[in-house]
Design a protein around this ligand. Structure first.
Ligand code: NAD
Ligand code: GLY
Length: 352
């Protein structure tokens, strides 16, 4: 069943969700744009599987296609690959009326989006997400970025895509571990304020799940595109999760760290009577279904210490997202000196 969500941010654009739509992406693009030159950006895992399908569909519809393929992995989301991509675009040459297409996961999407925001002071780009994380999160909302050696996502721009085409059949080739990482983000939306997602997880209805997650993100992006308020709810589990990710030297993946971060903050919420024990049990059981971890051996002082380095910290305050079950999550500005006590309460086993 095909579904569509329109995001009305500083720019309006559609997100199309359908199984098998990759082979028709040229026709879809023609409904929105005139034929032009397009550069398909992809990584070395995704390109061998999907590049030909996308390329031949676009060429059949009259687009002139060139490709830029980079080594898969977060290490490629940096200035060196961006420079290569800029130079590739200049050598084609791509003009301001042309378009970039990000075909891949969040790394490809963030890199391509930032190149589109900056090449010739801005060209259009389309997101074709192929990982679950990219489908439910990074392809929508216009956050684009590259990493620096000093930290993740340190240089970027808000730049909304012109269209998002989400072919759920791409998930068939996604490694299981990457699928689980995406599910951590799906479960995050359920905990923020979309409990219906827990029912859809039970039913294993992936298209409906993706729809609900994107719709939840749409709501936050429309209300707060530049991330000064309600959009920060999307960081549920991320403040403690990022701290864990950093401490474990990235041995724990992002999705795993977010799973532990969500469990800790929900357990803390239970100690404060902000949500119920059954909300915590529901969260843990959903995470376990996808083999995601819910515990850590790290201490409260280690986690709190690493959370001080959170790039969203403002002076001595970090904004925590606290789940409240059916009431939806809230943003709670918290003094950095209180974070250790919060993690200590969360780590105490007798609360669960
Ligand atoms: P990724 O792009 O590295 O993809 C994960 C792995 O899966 C890669 O090895 C990739 O090659 C492979 N892959 C992707 N789709 C595949 C498919 N269909 N079949 C086979 N292999 C496939 O990483 P990700 O987890 O998709 O995204 C993480 C990135 O997204 C991080 O850089 C993070 O900072 C960023 N992010 C951005 C936002 C945003 O709002 N812009 C939000 C969340 C995360
Ligand atoms: N991934 C969080 C956001 O887009 O705000």
């Amino acid at each position: 069943m095909s579904r569509k969500i329109t995001v009305k941010a500083s720019k309006s654009y559609d997100v199309l969700i359908d199984g098998g739509c990759l082979a028709k992406c040229g026709e879809k693009l023609l409904e929105y744009f005139r034929p032009c030159s397009v550069c398909i950006v992809s990584d070395t895992n995704v390109a061998p599987i999907y590049m030909n399908t996308v390329k031949s569909s676009l060429e059949t519809s009259g687009f002139a296609v060139n490709e830029f393929v980079f080594p898969a992995g977060e290490e490629s989301k940096g200035p060196a690959t961006l420079l290569e991509l800029w130079r590739h675009l200049a050598s084609v040459p791509m003009t301001r009326s042309d378009m970039l297409i990000a075909l891949g996961g969040g790394v490809t999407g963030d890199l391509t989006g930032f190149a589109a925001a900056t090449y010739q002071r801005g060209v259009k780009y389309v997101q074709i997400p192929t990982s679950l994380l990219a489908m439910v999160d990074s392809s929508v909302g216009g956050k684009t970025a590259i990493d620096l050696p000093e930290g993740k996502n340190l240089c970027g721009a808000f730049c909304q895509p012109s269209l998002v085409i989400c072919d759920t059949e791409c998930l068939d080739t996604l490694p299981k571990k990457e699928y689980s990482c995406g599910m951590a983000e799906v479960i995050k939306y359920a905990m923020i304020d979309r409990p219906i997602i827990f029912d859809l997880i039970e039913k294993n209805d992936i298209e409906a799940l993706i729809y609900e997650c994107i719709d939840d993100k749409r709501e936050k992006v429309e209300a707060d595109e530049c991330d000064n308020g309600v959009r920060q709810l999307l960081n549920l589990g991320h403040t403690l999760g990022h701290a864990i990710e950093k401490l474990e030297g990235f041995k724990t993946s992002h999705g795993e760290a977010v799973a532990i971060g969500m469990t800790l903050i929900t357990r803390y919420a239970v100690t404060q009577n902000m949500c119920s024990e059954s909300d915590l049990v529901q969260l843990i059981s959903a995470l376990k279904k996808y083999d995601l971890p819910t515990e850590t051996q790290l201490s409260a002082s280690e986690i709190a210490g690493a959370a001080m380095g959170d790039k969203k910290r403002k002076g001595n305050t970090v904004t925590l997202v606290i789940p409240r079950g059916k009431l939806g999550s809230v943003l709670v500005p918290t003094s950095t000196s209180d974070v250790e006590g919060i993690v200590e309460a969360a780590l105490r086993k007798d609360t669960k």
